[in-house]
Design a protein around this ligand. Structure first.
Ligand SMILES: Cc1ncc(COP(=O)(O)O)c(C=O)c1O
Ligand SMILES: N[C@@H](CCOP(=O)(O)O)C(=O)O
Length: 555
């Protein structure tokens, strides 16, 4: 197999430098682009055909597990990342420096520590970065990466000749603050973060809107997260803004986001090994459970699995916005559920409000997403595997995969869904993944029971994962360890945590949960611009603002 899994060797990309291996070139999931370098895909973010970039092959690291197992986080990160970034693009010493700087802002030396939660369930704590969510792991790296490319491109250049990056991103709360933290004050970058007005938590909103650096702009959009994501994609697809501004992506449509997230799957596997020397050996399988919205975090796990990390299965944990769960159960990917929340006992039963647009407001708002953008990357691999069954050549397989993905995505856009997909495609998806859907009531119950049983306070997204892990443990062999990803600090979601624990004796949010860093945030000055759910209006706003910034910088 080629793109499915593989090889450390070089490809026949004869027009490019032979210092690149196959996994260091990139293609678009819609089939119109291939042979791109890492720098090209990081700066472009989204492919011109609307697709997402993936590496042309996945390196096989089975032989390297033994050598990697004792490495500290930053060194492990270098080993993983350098498989996908040619040293002719970023020399080894520079890449190490970018990585070290990116993780120097984390509050714990392990960067992403693993703790045993209960029984065979371990929690991978991903919230020890500057903005207290898993997004920091990739976005502190991406911020430094952008800076590295811009400094290099702008050497000796002045005024309008300088490459000025206009980052536009959509956030349901966490990507926004992590991206803003990673890019605030950086030269030659303007940042525009779109969030759904009133649908992010108060702390998340404050984390974003109290950053007053002149290059940071928060836009509160009347609508939901999908509307924000659609506006971002419309801007990328627009030739007008593309010719005047160079757009950059911080969402997980940007390949660098997925890449950086692969590292903690390896790191946590090795941590499990060290913590359980008697019961867990190198090569033993583990199950990962991932609270899922845009499918970026779990897709990084899929890459780790295909590279050779012994992952038995990846469990998708969704909230009541369950398009992914429905796909794994039915083979249909449809925005509109076949059944409404009423079917489960009524809207008020668990406090979920169904919106006219189909997205429900839940207690885990960062996952209130209807269309998971990274699912397209998985679809490409599923279509590729299916095409490979015809035993044609590599070029044919890739062409078929690109065409199939384009067809599915066209139906999603025009008809609101696609499927059922072929039986073999669904079976392939089920070989690597299982899925669970967790209601708000179950989320609250999980937060409460973990607090009572082991005195651990989960954020609501992590609770969705932990409840899915508990279900998975019930149907798995006793000895199979589960690593459940803890994606945010509970203090970011005070409302849900307080709702779950308010009647518990001795529970005081400010004493038990609130970190010093959040104290006084609400007293700070804020800057945010309201805007309509209208991509053309956003386009004009972005153009005007960037022009002012360039003039202000004397360009
Ligand atoms: C706290 C939290 N948990 C889980 C998720 C879901 O991750 P993904 O979108 O990568 O599936 C998000 C947002 O993306 C998040 O902010
Ligand atoms: N939950 C996310 C939504 C954006 O997802 P991304 O991973 O594609 O950036 C958020 O917190 O903003």
């Amino acid at each position: 197999m080629s793109n499915g899994v593989v090889m450390n060797g070089t490809t026949d990309n004869s027009d490019k430098s032979s210092t690149h291996s196959a996994s260091q070139y990139y293609l678009s999931t819609r089939g119109e682009e291939s042979g791109l370098s890492f720098e090209e895909v990081v700066l472009k973010g989204l492919a011109s055909d609307g697709g997402l970039y993936i590496p042309e092959s996945i390196p096989d690291i089975h032989d390297q597990l033994e050598q990697w197992k004792d490495l500290p986080f930053a060194e492990l990160a270098y080993n993983v990342l350098s498989l996908y970034i040619s040293p002719s693009e970023i020399p080894a010493e520079d890449l190490k420096d970018i990585i070290n700087r990116s993780y120097s802002t984390f509050r714990v030396p392990e960067i992403t520590p693993l703790v045993r939660l209960q029984g065979n369930i371990h929690l991978l704590e991903l919230f020890h970065g500057p903005t207290f969510a898993f997004k920091d792991v990739a976005l502190q790296f991406l911020g430094n990466l952008f800076e590295y490319f811009l400094v290099r491109r702008n050497e000796g250049k002045e005024g309008r000749d300088r490459y000025h990056l206009t980052v536009v991103g959509a956030t349901s709360g966490d990507t926004g603050s992590a991206a803003i933290y990673g890019l605030r004050g950086k030269q030659d970058v303007s940042v525009f973060m779109l969030h759904p007005k009133g649908r992010v938590s108060p702390i998340q909103e404050l984390q974003m809107t109290t950053v007053l650096d002149p290059n940071v702009h928060n836009l509160a959009v009347t609508g939901n997260f999908d509307n924000c994501q659609d506006i971002v994609k419309a801007l990328f697809a627009d030739p007008d803004i593309n010719s005047t501004l160079k757009l950059g992506a911080v969402n997980s449509i940007n390949w660098a986001r997925i890449l950086a997230q692969i590292v903690y799957y390896f790191h946590s596997y090795f941590a499990l090994l060290k913590q359980n020397p008697d019961s867990f050996k190198l090569g033993d399988k583990v199950r990962y459970v991932v609270p899922t919205g845009n499918f970026g975090d779990i897709l990084a796990g899929y890459f780790a699995k295909r590279m050779g990390l012994p992952i038995e299965k990846l469990v998708i944990a969704t909230n009541e916005n369950d398009i992914l769960d429905r796909f794994w159960k039915t083979g249909r990917y449809e925005k509109k559920p076949a059944h409404g929340p009423e079917a489960e006992g009524g809207l008020e039963a668990d406090g979920v409000k169904a919106q006219e647009d189909g997205v429900k407001e839940t207690l885990s708002p960062a996952m209130d997403i209807l269309v998971s953008s990274n699912f397209e990357r998985l679809l490409w691999f599923l279509a590729y595997e299916f095409a490979s069954g015809a035993k044609m050549d590599e070029e044919w397989n890739r062409k078929q995969a690109g065409q199939e993905v384009s067809r599915w995505l066209k139906d999603l856009k025009e008809k609101g869904g696609f499927g059922p997909v072929y039986k073999d495609v669904l079976e392939e998806a089920r070989r690597s993944f299982e899925s669970e859907r967790i209601s708000d009531q179950q989320t609250l119950d999980t937060i409460r029971s973990l607090y009572r049983d082991v005195d651990y306070i989960l954020d609501p997204h992590t609770a969705v994962g932990v409840e899915a892990a508990r279900r998975s443990v019930q149907r798995s062999p006793k000895e199979l360890p589960h690593i459940s990803l803890s994606t945010a600090h509970p203090a970011k979601f005070a409302g849900a945590v307080t709702l779950a624990l308010k009647d518990e004796p001795n529970f005081k949010f400010n004493e038990k949960v609130l970190p010093q860093e959040f104290v006084g945030l609400d007293q700070k000055e804020k800057r945010v611009t309201d805007c309509a759910n209208d991509w053309k209006a956003v386009r004009e706003l972005v153009k005007k603002q960037v022009e002012e910034e360039l003039k202000g910088a004397g360009h």
